[in-house]
Design a protein. Structure first.
Length: 364
């Protein structure tokens, strides 16, 4: 398996086993060691590469140990501090890693609970770990933009100076993206004024500011949707429409020319919409934790957009009912009985991720 496939494999394992992981030791054995070994490529059983329980005495504190130290050419390059899976990573935990970092030659610190990985270095001051990570990897919600950066930390690619040089841009890039996400969700007054002052000539009274806050939020949302739809329109004209979405009719093998004519007429009435393709991609993004995405297929009909496993009608994953003003997501129970759930937008499919994963577990 290549690097991305190893990440996806470990992500799937976390989904399947996390409910049974209750301690830090179990987290290390089940999730962290496979990450260091299979994903990053370090031999966790070779003490010249990975030292568990590495002694990192800090000042008057003796016997301080960090969970793993990763070596290159006999020198400590990376420190790894682990917490149990159920524990949310916090400043308290990074402070512990901060102390270890200061008394070793390491330039990279990793804080993890087995699912989330925070990567730190010393950009702000030499040999003093930064307060904020320059990179964050969430194996329960993998950001494809992060994957190439994590690849640089693998045994075959690791060059500490290259990683540290790239860390500066990554650190600020992630912080800007976070700020943008916050502004898109709830625009601050200064953010709103930036736009309002350029398009409104009147006095920005409290009432006008409130009005522009709502308008700005709506404009940002529409801008994102328009960008997504533009990309999907391009996709529909090529691979998505041609190879993965099929009309739910098949006249092959039929000798009845009238039946074939009827089927062709029905096919011509099927019009796969941008939102249906977008919804299909959302479902694939959710279910890639459980299935290889090449197994997830779609068949469009006049009444609903069906999503199937292995393109098999006996393995329905869900249905999208987007042909009316009120959209519905159709989910199936163990008896394959469909229940429709009203949704306001395609993005709301994400709120049904757990139900979708639970409902489709019967096919594993």
């Amino acid at each position: 398996m290549d690097f991305s496939e190893q990440l996806q494999s470990l992500a799937k394992k976390i989904t399947q086993q996390s409910s049974m992981i209750a301690t830090e030791e179990a987290t290390k054995n089940a999730f962290v060691m496979p990450f260091l070994n299979r994903v990053l490529g370090y031999d966790v059983f070779d003490p010249t590469e990975v030292i568990p329980e590495f002694t990192a005495d800090t000042g008057i504190k003796k016997g301080e140990k960090v969970d793993y130290a990763i070596l290159k050419d006999g020198q400590v390059q990376i420190l790894v501090e682990c917490k149990k899976y159920s524990e949310k990573l916090s400043a308290k935990h990074s402070g512990q890693l901060f102390r270890y970092f200061a008394v070793t030659n390491a330039r990279i610190g990793i804080l993890t609970n087995g699912a989330q990985y925070e990567f730190y270095t010393d950009l702000d001051a030499p040999n003093k770990m930064d307060e904020k990570p320059f990179l964050t990897l969430d194996l329960e919600d993998i950001d494809e933009h992060v994957v190439p950066e994590v690849l640089k930390l693998t045994k075959t690619s690791f060059d500490v100076e290259s990683v540290v040089d790239a860390a500066g841009e990554l650190k600020y890039l992630s912080q800007i993206k976070k700020l943008l996400a916050e502004q898109f969700a709830s625009p601050e007054e200064d953010f709103v004024k930036f736009f309002a002052s350029r398009i409104y000539d009147g006095v920005l009274t409290a009432r006008v500011k409130q009005s522009f806050t709502d308008i700005t939020k709506k404009a940002l949302s529409q801008f994102l949707n328009d960008s997504i739809n533009a990309r999907l329109k391009s996709a529909i004209g090529s691979s998505v429409n041609a190879s993965t979405i099929q009309p739910a009719f098949d006249s092959s093998g039929s000798n009845d020319s009238n039946e074939a004519e009827i089927n062709n007429e029905e096919k011509s009435k099927i019009d796969t919409s941008i939102e249906e393709v977008e919804g299909f991609n959302v479902v694939k993004a959710i279910l890639r934790q459980r299935f290889d995405v090449t197994r997830i297929a779609a068949r469009d009909t006049q009444s609903y957009f069906g999503i199937l496993l292995d393109d098999n009608n006996r393995k329905p994953l869900c249905r999208l009912h987007f042909n009316s003003k009120q959209k519905y997501l159709g989910l199936f129970d163990a008896d394959k009985k469909e229940t429709r759930h009203p949704i306001g937008s395609v993005d709301e499919i994400f709120t049904f991720a757990d139900q979708l994963l639970t409902a489709t577990a019967v096919y594993e």
